[in-house]
Ligand binder design. Sequence first.
Ligand code: FMN
Length: 168
Amino acid sequence: MGLIDIINSRYSYRGYLDKEVEQEKINYILQCARLAPSAKNLQPWKIYMVRSKEVKERVCEAYARDWLKGAPVIVVFVGEKGENWVRWDGEDYLMCDVTIIADYFILAATEMGLGTCYIAAFDRQKLKEALNLPENEEPFLITPLGYPDPDAKRERNRKPVSDILEEI
Ligand SMILES: Cc1cc2nc3c(=O)[nH]c(=O)nc-3n(C[C@H](O)[C@H](O)[C@H](O)COP(=O)(O)O)c2cc1C
């Protein structure tokens, strides 16, 4: 699969099969994710991979959707505050760094035939408590990880290049 094929087969899947994800696939995805770049190469991130039923239930209290409960794995991308690069004018790049590692992870998962969905609309405090995160760890994104339900809705609606490109 070329990159365009991988990008084209990624959707926000909101429905998962009751099927475990092979450890080899998870290992491959993590190897891809760890190669993500970050500002000043500070790598200010952690990936929490939740498989235990008990912790999954607690994470789902922070984002209460039945389709998330059905995912075999829930992944949370966390930034380590104070460990990241901040530009001289005060602009903080932690969320940017964490988004990049999440993107690498999600595209590698897609290549492995797995479904994902970026989730940001969670209750931050509940999520921090569910994962028992220390004060300096900030969760930015959640994704389910699993085999997508073939009936899960897929749609693609994007602006054309002409609407987003400014050639100067
Ligand atoms: C930063 C970010 C946050 C998102 N948060 C949520 C969310 O909380 N819940 C959800 O169902 N989808 C969420 N999405 C998924 C978007 O709705 C989805 O990516 C967009 O509609 C395009 O659809 P596609 O991913 O299937 O191409 C989020 C996506 C991004 C990039």
